[in-house]
Each structure stands twice: as structure tokens, then as C-alpha cells.
Design a binder for this molecule. Structure first.
Ligand code: ADP
Ligand code: MG
Length: 689
């Protein structure tokens, strides 16, 4: 069976009850397949043993086999906390078990354990500031080697994820069939899919892990290149008859704008319009930094296509952003007589059928929405242009899938995360690239400041002055609510504190991903209207949000955000000719990398420079996290680092398509199966959930 067909819910695995399943769902894991595809963020090397005493002398990190010699309690009432005293061959240490009272029963005196953590001499004892402890069963040897560290969520311990993945591997691993053509696998020296998964989840060595990763990365790149090759073939075969017209819709929009287009906007629109006059379908990537005015370019492209007699679909990665585009479109395009539609997964059942009917009948010119736009139930009468905003946010296959709707439409992808040109060519094949370098006139550079956590009052005072001057501010936090593990400021808590203690004279709104869509929309609308002057948020506001009146962006625990996210968040301000500010508030627990990121933010406003800086800072060490946040949103592969692999995958895929151009049209072809399943918009995948 192919991996993605392992659709048994995770609850079929022992140890995954309702509570665990709910938490897994937060990570996007519902089925056994999802779990096996939840790859480690990094691997902890547990092959080196360091005792408590050596650890305290050296870097502070211990990894040792120990015995529980006593259980003590400190604090009173609700604050009463368990402390385990453990002893290894080098000495004693204490483990304060905040929120882990259950360890009292789990680890009675005399238990043998493996302890991993950081230790410091405090109150004359070696104390752990953070640790993991695992009980060793009678007679079993402690695990060593590379321990996977998974992306986790509140209330879901690493140990739980590890156990579940291990169980999924034993119970389902044997059923996983290989998906790559055997001939290619042998020639490229790749592993069987099952072994590759084992290499990611339970590697015995670095080499084993790298081999596993390489296989999965190759596979991912191969499917992608296969789709690119097929698209290329289809493009060659597709001849579009364009209806000649004057471009008068475009000039009417431009005439209505309160400002002039920038030179770069004019230039990229010309490039797009030229494409839309060619008999071959367009495949173009538009890149331009945050705030450079890509939305308008998209609208102008849409007008061109609509005047040519087609329909246009504009897809955004979040409902919030799709709604915002719909509102802008209503303001700018409806007066030109365009018929607009909006579609997302949250459109209620009553509103759906009429909209779908209108799309199928060609009674909607421009439909805006989320990925729902390309689900199987949606039929277009004559989709001629598909626009993807913030394209790096979509899975690679999702993006490719768009061009499969009806006869091949023109494709315009937009991104603020630049891809080096040569790479874009390798990755996307025949894709042409347009770039906006110029910002709209009158923009003042955003003033960026770093501030220590303990000086938060100074930042708040500054923000108060801006609010008093009638401006608006965002406050962004890494967490939605309180976390038992991390003592971090969080959006819910801070929304309350800012409203009650700090800015009692102003209204404070709150927005995060767990709010219902209508509440999100209301929070956003109210900030946009100016009814709310402070918007407390998580990274939901990271992509695309446009409220030009906002002039201050405060990011607290800024050290916990990636560079791309910081840049995108900062780009939420500085969207008018007013002066804007960005405060990066950090705590003292700053890692070297964290420091480097904040410095980079301070050093340049340029997204292109920051993207390169980001690669340099992260180095080649980190895995999937990198790829996911990078410009191309692969899961395992990192096309920049895996360039050599990409080139192999590309030549294999293109060769295959050349020998068997009908690959996809042969309904029974096994590759078609796999590709369809990997593709969230296809019948197979959607129907099976
Ligand atoms: P992004 O490229 O990040 O998607 P937007 O399209 O959201 O940027 O544009 C950012 C802001 O700049 C919006 O408020 C938009 O109305 C405004 N804008 C776009 N083009 C111009 C222009 N030529 N002159 C002035 N303002 C512009
Ligand atoms: Mg945008």
C-alpha cells in the first residue's frame, strides 16, 4: 500500500486516546500516514554520555544513566512542586518537576532512569533548568544514537510522539510499499520507502539518517519535477485563442486609483500583458518585497484576462488574507462592473450552491478565496487565469494542481520570498520571473529597534504616544495562550494586560488562529476601521495583512520567530507615507542564532538580503523546519541545499515524461495514482479522508 493510503485514524494506535488525538490534530495529524509523515525537526545526539558533574563543569548539558534516590516537595498549596533527587556515577542532581507531579508515581525511589538536560549549580546543588527523564525497564539498556525531536504542541510530550511514531512503524511499516519506479530507485541508489522512513524516525547513525532523508527528498523533488515536466508538455500542446481587446478595464482602474503606479508595477504589468497576448499559457512568478504593491498587479492582470472573456481565480493561503483581497476587490473592481465571488472552506452550506452555479455558468468574473477554489466540486465555465498569492505558503503540488483545472489556464504566482533566478528556472522549468524592486513613493524606511524584555515599559510608553497621535499598533506573541511548559508572554494574557493595565484609554483587539473565522474577521475589520487601536495577534497576521494606518509593530519574544516571519511581520507597517516603527523585544535567553537573526533585522530592510542571510545563519544543519519556512515549501527537500539531487530528479522526471508523454492520461498508470494521492486537490486524496 502507498503510504498515503494508511488512512487509519491515529486512535487505532495504542496510547493515542482522545486527548492525545486532539493535540495531534493541532499539528495536522489525523491518520497513521500523517504521523509517519510528521518528520523530526532535528535529532538529538544521545550517543555521547555526560554525567552530572562533568556537565556542570562543561557546557551544562548532561545525558546520563541515573537512579532516583529520593522524592522531595517544595513550595506550598497550589505551588507545591515535586523534586526528584537522582544520582549517577559522578554525583547527585535535583530535578524540579514543575507541572509533572505525575512523576511521583511513575518514578518511585529506586527507579533507573536516563536523564538528559541542562544543569547549573544552584543553592549548592546541581539543578536542572530543563530536562527529559525516561524510565529504564528492568534489564534494558538505555537507548542511544540519534533521538528524533519532533515539532510538538502544548500538552504533547516528545516522549508521546516518539512512542506513537515507533508504534506506527512497527504496526504499519511493513505495509508501506515503494512509490518510486524501481528502475530509478536502483539507479540512484535510493532506499525503499519503508527504510527511508525508518532513517528519519529512528536512525542509528547520521549516515542512516542522511540516506533516509535523501531518499524522501529525492522522491518529493521527483513528483514535483514530474508535474513540472507534464505541465511543460501540456503548455506546448495548448494553443490559446486570445480575444483581442483594448485593455480599457485596466486603464479605467488605473484612472480611479488615488496614486500612480510605480515604474516597476508598470513594467511587470507590461510583462504579464505581453504573456497574455501569446498563444501559449502564461507561467509567471511575480516577486516583490512585502508592501511593494503586488495585489494591484494581480488585479490588473485579472482585468486583462476578464476583458479577454475569461474567468479569474485568485487564491490566498489564509482565509483572513483572501477576505482582505475580496474587500479590496469590492472597493476597486466592482465599480468597473465586475462580478465578484468569494469561496472558502467556511462558506456555509446555503451560500455555496448558488456560488458554484454562478461559477459554472460563467456569471462570476473574479472569484477570490482559499484553496477551496480548486477543490473538485468547483467547476469553472472558462477559467483563464489562476493567481496564487503568497505562493510559497502552498505545498508544491497544490500549486501545480491549479493549472489542471479545465483547459490549461494562465498562471501567475506571487511571492514576497524571493527565489534565486537560476533556482527558479530549475525548479519551475519554464517559469518566467518578474520582479518589483521599487516601493511605492513616499514610503519612509521603518525604524527598527531592539529592546530587552525588562525595558518593555519604555516600548509601551512609546506606543502610547503614537496611539495618542491617532495611530494604530500591532503586538505579536509567539503563543496564543498560557503554556505549562514555557513562561512566555502570550497573546490572550497580554491582550488582557494591555487593555486593563497598559492602555486602558484605548480599545484592544485580539486575533489568533484558534478563533472562529467570523470572530477573526470582526477583529480584523474593527482594527481596519480604527474602532480597535491596538491589535494583539499571533503570527496569523504574518501574511498579506494590509492596514496602512498601522504604524507600530511590536514583536515580543522576537527571538522565537524565524527571520522570514520577522520580516513579514515588520512588513505589516510602513504601508503608507507615515513614519513607522518596529520593536523587537527579546528576553535574556537569547541563543547565538537568535541574536544573529535580530541583528540581521536591524541591519537591513531588504527581504532579498534577509533571505540570503537566513540561509547563512541557519546553515545546512537544520532540516524540515528549514524547508517548510523556505521559499518553496517542500517538506523534506531543501532545493537550495539539495540542488544536486534536484537536478537528478529533474532529469529522471523529464526523461520519463519524454518516453511516456501520456503518463497522466493513462488512468491506470501507477504513477498517476501516486501523483493524484500526493495532490490534495485530486479526487483520490479528498475522497479518502
Ligand atoms: P504586497 O506586495 O505586500 O502584497 P500590497 O499589494 O498589499 O503589497 O500593497 C501595500 C500597500 O501599498 C497597499 O495599501 C496598497 O494599496 C499600496 N499601494 C500599492 N501600490 C501603490 C502605489 N503605486 N502607490 C502608493 N501606494 C500603493
Ligand atoms: Mg500581498
Amino acid at each position: 500500500m502507498f503510504l498515503r493510503e494508511l488512512r487509519d485514524p491515529v486512535t487505532h494506535l495504542g496510547g493515542a486516546g482522545k486527548a492525545v488525538a486532539e493535540r495531534l490534530a493541532r499539528l495536522g495529524i489525523w491518520s497513521v500516514a500523517d504521523l509517519l509523515l510528521h518528520f523530526p525537526r532535528t535529532w538529538d545526539d544521545r550517543s555521547e554520555w555526560t554525567g552530572f558533574v562533568e556537565a556542570a563543569r562543561g557546557g551544562g548539558r548532561a545525558h546520563t544513566e541515573a537512579t532516583v534516590v529520593a522524592q522531595e516537595w517544595f513550595g506550598y498549596g497550589r505551588m507545591k512542586t515535586l523534586k526528584l533527587i537522582v544520582e549517577d556515577a559522578t554525583g547527585r542532581a535535583s530535578l524540579p518537576c514543575f507541572n509533572r507531579a505525575f512523576l511521583e508515581k511513575a518514578l518511585p525511589v529506586g527507579s533507573r532512569v536516563v536523564v538528559t538536560g541542562t544543569f547549573k549549580l544552584r543553592y549548592k546543588e546541581l539543578q536542572a533548568s530543563s530536562f527529559e527523564v525516561e524510565r529504564l525497564d528492568e534489564g534494558s539498556a538505555p537507548k542511544s544514537g540519534l533521538l528524533p525531536v519532533y515539532p510538538a504542541t502544548e500538552g504533547l510530550a516528545q516522549g508521546t510522539i516518539r512512542k506513537l511514531v515507533a508504534r506506527a512503524m512497527t504496526e504499519y511499516g511493513k505495509r508501506v510499499e515503494d512509490e518510486l519506479p524501481e528502475e530509478i530507485r536502483a539507479r540512484r541508489g535510493l532506499l525503499h520507502k519503508r527504510q527511508a522512513l525508518a532513517g528519519m524516525h529512528a536512525p542509528a547513525s547520521e549516515a542512516e539518517r542522511e540516506k533516509g532523508r535523501e531518499t524522501l527528498a529525492y522522491e518529493e523533488l521527483f513528483w514535483f519535477q514530474l508535474a513540472v515536466a507534464q505541465r511543460g508538455e501540456r503548455r506546448k500542446e495548448t494553443a490559446i485563442e486570445r480575444r483581442p481587446h483594448q485593455g480599457s478595464l485596466r486603464s479605467r482602474l488605473v484612472a480611479r486609483l488615488p496614486w500612480k503606479l510605480t515604474g516597476d508595477q508598470i513594467h511587470v504589468v507590461e510583462e504579464i500583458v505581453a504573456d497574455l497576448k501569446c498563444p501559449r499559457p502564461m507561467a509567471r512568478l511575480l516577486q516583490g518585497d512585502v508592501g511593494s504593491g503586488k495585489t494591484l498587479v494581480a488585479f490588473l492582470a485579472a482585468l486583462e484576462a476578464i476583458e479577454g472573456g475569461g474567468q479569474v481565480a485568485l487564491m490566498a493561503p489564509t482565509e483572513l488574507l483572501a477576505r482582505q483581497h475580496a474587500e479590496t476587490a469590492a472597493r476597486l473592481l466592482e465599480p468597473l462592473g465586475l462580478r465578484l465571488g468569494f469561496l472558502s472552506g467556511n462558506i456555509d452550506d446555503a451560500a455555496r450552491p448558488p456560488l458554484l452555479a454562478a461559477l459554472a455558468a460563467g456569471e462570476v468574473d473574479l472569484v477570490l478565496g482559499t484553496q477551496a477554489l480548486f477543490s473538485d466540486t468547483v467547476q469553472y465555465r472558462s477559467l483563464s487565469l489562476a493567481i496564487v498569492d503568497e505562493q510559497h505558503r502552498f505545498g508544491v503540488l497544490q500549486r501545480i494542481a491549479l493549472s489542471r483545472k479545465g483547459p490549461m489556464p494562465d498562471l501567475l504566482m506571487m511571492t514576497a520570498t524571493p527565489i534565486p533566478r537560476t533556482l527558479a528556472l530549475t525548479v519551475f522549468g519554464d517559469l518566467s520571473v518578474s520582479t518589483i524592486r521599487e516601493m511605492p513613493p513616499g514610503r519612509k524606511p521603518i525604524v527598527t529597534h531592539l529592546a530587552m524584555d525588562e525595558h518593555e515599559a519604555r516600548v509601551y510608553d512609546f506606543v502610547r504616544k503614537r496611539l495618542e497621535a491617532g495611530e494604530r499598533a500591532y503586538f505579536v506573541y509567539p503563543l496564543i495562550g498560557e503554556s505549562s511548559k514555557l513562561e512566555l508572554k502570550n497573546a490572550e494574557g497580554m491582550a488582557e494586560r494591555l487593555a486593563k493595565e497598559i492602555f486602558p484609554e484605548f480599545t484592544v483587539g485580539l486575533i489568533h488562529s484558534r478563533l472562529k473565522e467570523d470572530l477573526k474577521r470582526e477583529a480584523m475589520a474593527s482594527f481596519k476601521r480604527g474602532a480597535t487601536r491596538v491589535l494583539v495577534a499571533t503570527s496569523v497576521v504574518e501574511v498579506g495583512v494590509d492596514v496602512p494606518e498601522a504604524t507600530v509593530m511590536v514583536i515580543e519574544h522576537a527571538e522565537r520567530f524565524g527571520l522570514a516571519a520577522l520580516h513579514q511581520l515588520r512588513g505589516r507597517v510602513g504601508r503608507s507615507d507615515a513614519q513607522s516603527w518596529c520593536f523587537l523585544v527579546y528576553s535574556d535567553k537569547l541563543t547565538e542564532e537568535g541574536k544573529a537573526r535580530l541583528k540581521a533585522m536591524l541591519g537591513t530592510p531588504d527581504g532579498f538580503v534577509l533571505a540570503e542571510e537566513d540561509l547563512r545563519i541557519r546553515g545546512p544543519g537544520e532540516l524540515s523546519g528549514t524547508a517548510q519556512s523556505g521559499a518553496l515549501a517542500f517538506t523534506v527537500a531543501d532545493p537550495i541545499r539539495d540542488l544536486a539531487l534536484l537536478e537528478k530528479a529533474r532529469s529522471d522526471a523529464f526523461a520519463l515524461v519524454a518516453t511516456d508523454p501520456a503518463l497522466l492520461s493513462a488512468a491506470s498508470h501507477p504513477l498517476r495514482e501516486v501523483l493524484a494521492r500526493a495532490n490534495p486537490f485530486s479526487e483520490g486524496a479528498a475522497g479518502a479522508v
